[in-house]
Design a protein around this ligand. Structure first.
Ligand SMILES: Cc1cc2nc3c(=O)[nH]c(=O)nc-3n(C[C@H](O)[C@H](O)[C@H](O)COP(=O)(O)OP(=O)(O)OC[C@H]3O[C@@H](n4cnc5c(N)ncnc54)[C@H](O)[C@@H]3O)c2cc1C
Length: 473
């Protein structure tokens, strides 16, 4: 049988958007298999949660498809009449949107173009000896065979900020911030390790669930919290791409100088950052490895708080919580965590100080952000791929090494013709690949490549995994 066959591991934003793209655009026979151990179309970011978290980007900039930039806004307006492009909408609504557009793509797919949903965890890939296809092994013993496999695994979990033996299996030490079971209770004191977007989210949710009686400490090396968004508008005088590229070819220091000059010359610094962000992949390629390291060591924390911003309402609430002492930020390092009775004693060393200071808290939450160094990954699939030499880590610890179209670079340095990656770990090659606006372009390019190259529908072997077909997509 001729035709295309593509298995996608991971059905969060990237996997779902890719499946949608393939279903919408394929003509002739094509079978897409979407594998996920949770559900379809949500991932970590767009899951339904007890607290109504908002998107960090206004509705008018959140389309999953760059060719239809107002698609999400139109969807949202059907559900919430009156919303505008400037509104920050609930993240769960974005998950609804991803599911709805996938369902529409299934319904509208050309004859012979199909989607199979598989509920399961992929744990290994193997080359099928004849025909060069790939077999995706699942934890429940089943497997899927396809001509091409796309890994859309999302963000890796955060790195432990202290040796695990310090806290043992204490449930009060939360290693994955998105897996907190018990809401923050009245009067609790919580230490957040990290001061970024995740901390901002969890402080807001915890403040509400505790009835406004919990206290939060947030610790990071510099104690910097993300800046607030503002109205988006074209800068009076755009920052010239040529100036930025020339500076990047010189040094990170030169790049910083150009950006500072522009931002202090009357432009809204957010628009300056937007220009830099749009050019980030090219700038990253221009930087020598040594300069990339300099950027990571000295500038990344500053880049992060300016680039990853909060809706104005969220930033205003956090500012108020800081003013009244509900949220206390600390610049410094975590030295140790010790469990004593029902509480955790955290010893921190404030930045620039030789002394340490103790915080006694009820819970500690690791909000340090994804650990992109795959050499430390505990994920079964990633470990298997590294061991096989099908995947190699980026030398700077930024993610997975990829070639054109996100093709995995193998131990031999050659790009795979069968296994691809799409998602935030593309930062090793492109630097900025975190938000929907960046990821949707990677998804689109990969879809085009796969449609041009992949062939032969996938076969199911040892059919066992429970299908998600009965559930909404
Ligand atoms: C909390 C949060 C909020 C965000 N908010 C915004 C925002 O407002 N605007 C914006 O532009 N960007 C936002 N982002 C960034 C961006 O949109 C997300 O990171 C994006 O969803 C990444 O998509 P992904 O498909 O790579 O990962 P995910 O959406 O996380 O999906 C990965 C999926 O892979 C599955 N999976 C992983 N390994 C396996 C395996 N071995 N077998 C089977 N399944 C597996 C997981 O179950 C998961 O469903 C946010 C990110 C986060 C974390």
């Amino acid at each position: 049988m001729s035709g295309r066959s593509i298995a996608i591991v991971g059905a969060g934003f990237c996997g779902t958007a890719l499946a949608t793209e393939l279903l919408r655009r394929s003509r002739g026979e094509c079978r897409v298999t979407l594998i996920d151990r949770t559900g379809i179309g949500r991932g970590v970011a767009y899951a339904r949660r007890a607290f109504p978290f908002l998107l960090n980007v206004p509705a008018g900039r959140m389309s999953a498809c760059s060719a239809e930039p107002q698609e999400f806004l139109r969807f949202a307006q059907q559900r919430l009449p009156g919303v505008t492009a400037a509104d920050y909408l609930p993240r769960a609504l974005f998950g609804d949107y991803l599911q709805t557009r996938l369902a529409a793509a299934v319904a509208g797919a050309a004859a012979g173009v199909t989607l199979e949903r598989v509920h399961g965890e992929a744990i290994a890939l193997e080359r099928v000896p004849r025909g060069g296809r790939m077999q995706v092994h699942l934890a429940d013993g089943g497997s899927v065979v396809a001509e091409a496999v796309v890994l859309a695994l999302g963000n890796p979990p955060p790195r432990a900020p202290c040796p695990p033996e310090m806290v043992g299996d204490n449930a009060r030490y939360v290693t994955d911030p998105w897996s907190i079971r018990a809401p923050v209770r009245p009067g609790e004191t919580i230490l957040m390790i990290g001061t970024g977007l995740t901390t901002a989210d969890l402080v807001l949710a915890g403040h509400e669930s505790s009835g406004g009686t919990a206290t939060f400490h947030a610790l990071s090396r510099r104690g910097l919290m993300p800046a607030a968004q503002s109205g988006f508008g074209a800068p009076a005088e755009p920052l010239a791409a040529a100036r930025l590229l020339a500076a990047a070819a010189d040094s990170v220091r030169a790049l910083l100088r150009v950006v500072r000059e522009h931002a202090s010359g009357g432009a809204d610094w957010r628009e300056t950052i937007t220009t830099v962000r749009e050019l980030a992949p090219q700038l990253w390629r221009h930087l020598e490895p040594r300069e990339r390291q300099r950027f990571l060591r000295h500038l990344q924390p500053y880049w992060d708080i300016h680039r990853h911003r909060l809706p104005e309402s969220t930033a205003a609430t956090l500012a108020a919580l800081r003013r009244d002492g509900t949220l206390r930020t600390h610049a410094g390092r975590l030295v140790s965590l010790r469990t004593r009775g029902r509480r955790i004693h955290a010893r921190i060393r404030p930045r620039g100080s030789a002394q340490t200071q103790e915080l006694v808290v009820d819970r500690v939450v690791n909000c340090t952000g994804p650990d992109f160094d795959v050499r430390r990954s505990g994920d079964r699939l990633v470990r298997a791929l590294l061991a096989q030499g099908l995947m190699v880590p980026d030398p700077l610890g930024l993610g997975i090494s990829t070639g054109p179209h996100g093709a995995l670079l193998g131990r031999d340095g050659r790009p795979s013709t069968r296994v691809f990656y799409v998602g935030p770990q593309l930062r090793a090659a492109h630097w900025e690949s975190t938000a929907v606006t960046e990821l949707r372009d990677h998804v689109r390019h990969l879809a085009t490549h796969l449609m041009d190259h992949a062939a032969t529908p996938p076969a199911r072997l040892n059919a066992a995994p429970a299908h998600l077909a009965a559930a909404p997509p």
